[in-house]
Design a protein around this ligand. Sequence first.
Ligand SMILES: [Fe+2]
Ligand SMILES: [Fe+2]
Length: 138
Amino acid sequence: MTKENLIELLNKDLKLEYSAAIQYIQHAAVMTGAQFGDIIKELKIHANEEIQHAITLADQIDFLGGVPVVDVGKISVSSDNVQMLKQDLACEEDAIERYKVRISQAQELKELALAQQLMNILATEQEHAMDLKQALGK
Ligand SMILES: [Fe+2]
Ligand SMILES: [Fe+2]
């Protein structure tokens, strides 16, 4: 693991934070039904938190000497509420796995401030996954 490898991986994370924000905005807008009212509000909060993650990652990439990407990763859409929530949960579970790995990579390079920032992001992703699981009755 070199600093360059880490910058590349953080840029992949950044792309997926952009995607997550857009996916949440779209899902919150198209989701309907009174029983989904609470989770729709949560999805909008998640969208804002994903933007905050993107800002943090972009700043950290710049600090490490890299150039933050501006392209967006895969976005999943559906016309079915439950399907949308499952898509969102899959993204969160992927993020949780990626950030666990990223934290140890940052620690390996002694980038401890970055590791701390990634731990904060990981904690939010875990909350997001919990909100979605609850809404899915899992
Ligand atoms: Fe995020
Ligand atoms: Fe998230």
